[in-house]
Design a protein around this ligand. Structure first.
Ligand code: T1G
Length: 691
């Protein structure tokens, strides 16, 4: 094992290199030797200055998240930062890759920072439900000013080296020879004889901070926090830096950090951090399995899904051949894409040039032969088996050997479609979520014969286009939609028995969901569910009646709610309340008071139970994959960590006891506890299918 910290010399300048692959996290076995190195250099008269650099692909990407929740071993990060600040000679951080969290805080402990042009710098702790705990909220505003620091810390979004230079976060940006140029920088500072000023002592940018402007911006950002504590705590800590002496503000930062890191929200968000990385590790697809090259993608269907999927690939840098049955349909699809980009330009999140470049990456076509040079071909046509098979029959005739074939079906049997292509080893499901150019989730549906390198390719290309890919097995509705069915099965019975649409939706939004099931019906359009139910011979007495009355939701201005003059704000509708009462009477259902807890037990608990059944069947490899699906595809609140993680907080015993109660009372399968859940009630831990 290489040494985690080494010292080299370039004359009077010492170069301290951290080497802790894969991302140079500030684990204890780095902190200890680093402190020893700094102490030695402080006391070494022949050393006039130092450079702090990292080996491998990145500068320090933060504290070691795996150490959270464990007793902290000394020295801590803040001790190292204090040692850098009091080194008595200039310390220069040489930054490449990503200087994140505790890594950027360490660099803020140095007197100067030199960054490679491709470097990214940020304090993403808020994404882990915490705040920078190594002085970042107190030092960053001193370098970049209160408002920039507030935005960087509350958003957690890293900035480019160019932006960092413009905002005073770094002192120089170099294209190459980073360490050599950092050494030259240190040498120049040492030669200047000027005392190196620690960031903690640079108060010019915060001395006369405009607190009113700061508070206004903080209030704006707090509105987007959606019940998460960390964004608000981050703003409070940066404000302390503007109003309190340095040490007092840093002490308060530590107190807030200690409270947040011990909280359920941070545990949930740290769970999701590792869950996203675990989801990329698929049984049977080792690191040695080489993905196929994807230089061009063919997409059949330029409707809502096809158009969104095409944008996702082009936004990810992969050109697209977009195929439709007719020129007219093609122009309509391209028109929608152009409009979407125009909206981004008007919002300033895209330049006109970039828009033109992206539009140029689409090759429109009405001829299947134009798919012959595509490495991946995705079908996004009408959700009907015969239509799918007809389309893959035509693809089969033109697709080149080695091309990957994929369906965007949401429900249909992927193995049946695969069989119709006579190359099931090259086939899989790529289930995108609407709007596909925005939603992060990509359910990769593994067919019975899908080859490992096809899965590896889907994982790699999914990551490349900014998605969170999760591999799932074949069943009706895969993981997400299947569980959605279980979550929604009791929504109408709850209304008939006494709840109101607003009451049910409020339980969901209070929990942290962007919206409740009935608001979601109105957004998606009640007619979609109606068509599916009719196709499956199923009924939903209230929703069906509303559809018969032409109430399809937002698009018709009324559905479960009223939407005054085109607004998106749902207003409870007395007509719907009357309809529900009428149908309950027709069905002889006595209406009663329904509590919020009952709503949770009849919607969230079946969701979790279905998740456990999915694990039992091996449709998902691990519980955390299910959490990834729900957080990235269905708006499950990140502060709760996903349904399976939340179940561990709620208590498996309590959930099983209440499922048994409702099962006995209703006899409905959605309440019959999965064996895996019963076991979890005994052991306190949900075993993964793979275990
Ligand atoms: N601690 C421990 N492990 C980490 C880690 C970290 N900070 N960052 C990454 N890993 C592991 C990760 O789990 C994976 O492991 C492997 O490294 C490669 O990561 C006091 C308290 C740097 C942009 O939030 O955003 O500092 O799965 O697959 O896609 O204020 O990792 O291979 O076993 O993600 O190239 C703040 C977290 C911490 C940054 C690289 N820092 N990391 O992305 O690789 S809190 C962060 C990232 C903090 C202080 C506070 C990304 C990356 P495995 P990867 P990547």
């Amino acid at each position: 094992m290489t040494e985690a910290v080494t010292i080299a010399r370039d004359g009077e300048i010492a170069i301290v290199t951290i080497d802790n692959p894969p991302v140079n996290a500030m684990s204890f076995h780095v902190r200890e030797p680093l402190m020893a190195a700094l102490t030695a250099l402080r006391d070494e008269p022949s050393v006039a200055g130092m450079v702090l650099a990292c080996a491998g692909r990145t500068f320090v990407a933060g504290a070691d998240i795996t150490e959270f929740g464990k007793p902290m071993q000394q020295p801590e990060l803040r001790d190292l930062i204090a040692a850098l600040e009091t080194l008595g000679k200039p310390a220069v951080a040489a930054i490449h890759g990503t200087a994140l969290g505790g890594g950027l805080e360490l660099a803020l402990g140095c007197h100067f920072r030199v960054a490679e042009a491709s470097a990214k710098l940020g304090l993403p702790e808020v994404k882990l439900g915490i705040l920078p705990g190594g002085g970042g909220t107190v030092r960053l505003p001193r370098l970049v000013g209160p408002l920039k620091a507030l935005d960087m810390i509350v958003s957690g979004t890293p900035i480019s080296a160019k932006d960092a230079l413009a905002n005073g976060l770094v002192d120089a940006v170099v294209e190459s020879d980073l360490v050599a140029k950092a050494v030259a920088f240190a040498r120049e500072q040492a030669k200047s004889g000027k005392p190196a000023v620690a960031v903690r002592d640079r108060n010019e940018l915060i001395a006369h901070a405009d607190l009113a402007a700061f508070d206004a911006r903080a209030a704006e950002l707090a509105k987007k926090a959606r019940g998460l504590e960390a964004p608000v705590a981050c703003a409070e800590s940066v404000r302390n830096a503007l109003t309190l002496p340095f040490d007092e503000a840093q002490t308060k930062e530590r107190e807030i950090f200690a409270k947040l890191v011990a909280g359920d929200q941070s545990k949930a968000q740290r769970h999701l951090f590792f869950a996203e990385r675990e989801a990329a590790k698929v049984p049977g697809v080792g690191k040695d399995v080489k993905p196929r090259d994807i230089a061009r993608v063919g997409i059949i269907g330029a409707g809502t899904m096809g158009g969104g999927i095409a944008m996702a690939f082009v936004n990810g840098g992969i050109p697209v051949t977009l195929l439709e049955m007719s020129r007219e349909a093609l122009d309509r699809g391209l028109g929608t894409i152009e409009k979407n980009y125009a909206i981004s330009v008007s919002r300033g999140s895209l330049t006109e040039e970039a828009k033109a470049k992206r539009m140029a990456a689409f090759t429109p076509s009405t001829d299947y032969a134009d798919l012959a040079n595509c490495d991946l071909i995705i079908e996004a046509v009408f959700e009907e088996m015969s239509v799918k098979k007809e389309v893959f029959g035509r693809i089969k005739a033109v697709a080149k050997p080695g091309a990957i074939l994929a369906t965007n079906t949401s429900y249909l049997d992927v193995n049946e479609i695969a069989a119709s292509t006579s190359r099931p080893q090259d086939f899989l499901g790529l289930h995108f979520f609407s709007p596909a150019n925005v939603m992060k989730l990509l359910e990769i549906v593994r067919g019975a014969k899908t080859a490992p390198d096809v899965l590896a390719t889907a994982l790699a290309v999914g990551k490349k286009i900014g998605k969170v890919p999760v591999v799932v097995g074949v069943c009706h509705g895969f993981v997400g939609n299947r569980m959605l069915g279980a979550r929604g099965a009791e929504t109408e019975p709850l209304l008939l028995e006494g709840a109101t649409p607003h009451q049910v939706d409020k339980v969901f939004t209070d929990f942290g969901w962007p919206m409740g099931p009935f608001q979601m019906w109105d957004l998606a359009g009640l007619d979609i569910g109606w068509r599916n139910r009719k196709a499956q011979g199923k009924k939903a007495i209230i929703a069906d009646t509303l559809c018969e009355q032409g109430r399809f939701g937002q698009k018709t201005g009324r559905g479960m709610y009223l939407y005054e003059s085109g607004s998106r704000t749902p207003t409870p509708d007395p007509e719907v309340a009357a309809l529900i009462e009428e149908k309950a009477k027709e069905l002889g259902i006595e209406r009663r008071e329904i509590s919020s807890q009952e709503i949770i037990e009849r919607t969230f608990y079946p969701l979790i139970n279905e998740g456990a059944k999915i694990l039992e069947e091996g449709i998902a490899a691990r519980a955390s994959d299910i959490d990834m699906v729900w957080v990235n595809g269905y708006g499950f609140p990140i502060g709760k960590g996903g349904p399976m993680f939340w179940a561990s907080l709620e208590g498996f015993g309590k959930i099983v006891e209440r499922l048994d109660y409702w099962h006995a009372r209703t006899g409905k399968d959605i309440f019959k506890p999965a064996e895996l859940l019963r076991k979890a009630a005994e052991t306190g831990k949900l075993a993964d299918a793979a275990a």
